[in-house]
Design a protein around this ligand. Structure first.
Ligand code: ATP
Length: 249
């Protein structure tokens, strides 16, 4: 199956670009693989586990891409790693800025969050898997919205980049398709090493936080399945899944 953009859809306002695609999937009105939804604002932009993504009108990019993967949920696990690299590729190509990636889904510059990735899935363990790949990228955040962000953030204007939004969407989509193609062919075989080279916390002590507890370890990058490798008491263990957050100590 080949990648390729079926269509771009632009909304002035929407609850969430991910929700728009997910609704179509769940109602059986499947979009063509490669459909892109972009909105000028979101009234219910989401991060992981129901956290809010600040999505004021006109000033940022809210982007979702529909992708059909035949190999089931297991194969979808590492997709947000590939997507992070796609965002890295696009920002490097367009603005020559060096971003760093934080596991599992954040794009940082100087330890400040520039963009977030939210991959949502619908599928059976062995059947086709519908993926909605969301990317929120800050272009020029109004002060009113930034007051609601409870962690260090940045945007492309603050980084001195002049943004042509249509060009950004085109390049981002292209980079995403390249990385998804690579992912379909060889998973994270090569990509996990590339990711580790731009890993924000490589070799650093981090707090691992779940809903129930928090503990510390040294972050040793990701493994070929996309799990984060943590050294603790001389042993290295990989962690997966959506329940763990990393914070620098
Ligand atoms: P994790 O490390 O588990 O991913 P996270 O705090 O980065 O934790 P996400 O779900 O990735 O969580 O993103 C949501 C969080 O990002 C919000 O709780 C808020 O702190 C921050 N945030 C919200 N909107 C923006 C934005 N437009 N730009 C940067 N950061 C934002």
């Amino acid at each position: 199956q080949s990648e390729g953009v079926a269509q771009f859809e632009l909304f002035p306002v929407i609850d969430s670009t991910n929700s728009e695609l997910m609704r179509r999937i769940q109602s059986g009105q499947l979009p063509d693989s490669g459909t892109v939804v972009v909105s000028e604002s979101q009234t219910a932009g989401r991060g992981r586990r129901g956290r809010q993504w600040q999505s004021p009108f006109g000033s940022n990019l809210y982007f979702s891409y529909y992708w059909l993967l035949d190999d089931g949920l297991q194969a979808a696990m590492g997709v947000s790693i590939a997507v992070g690299l796609a965002v890295y590729d696009a920002l490097k190509a367009l603005y020559q800025i060096d971003v760093q990636l934080k596991w599992p889904n954040d794009i940082l510059v100087h330890e400040q969050k520039l963009a977030g990735v939210l991959v949502e899935l619908d599928g059976q363990p062995d059947g086709p898997c519908h993926l909605v790949i969301g990317i929120g990228l800050n272009l020029n955040m109004p002060v009113t919205a930034s007051a609601n962000i409870d962690q260090a953030w940045t945007d492309l204007a603050l980084l001195g980049c002049e943004v042509d939004k249509s060009k950004l969407v085109a390049v981002l989509t292209h980079c995403l398709e390249q990385r998804l193609k690579q992912y379909r062919q060889s998973g994270l075989d090569e990509m996990h090493q590339q990711w580790n080279q731009v890993h924000a916390f490589q070799g650093q002590r981090v707090n691992l936080i779940t809903g129930l507890r928090s503990w510390q370890g040294i972050c040793e990058g990701i493994d070929p399945q996309g799990g984060i490798k943590i050294r603790q008491n001389g042993e290295v263990k990989s962690y997966f899944g959506g329940e763990i957050s990393l914070r620098k100590v």
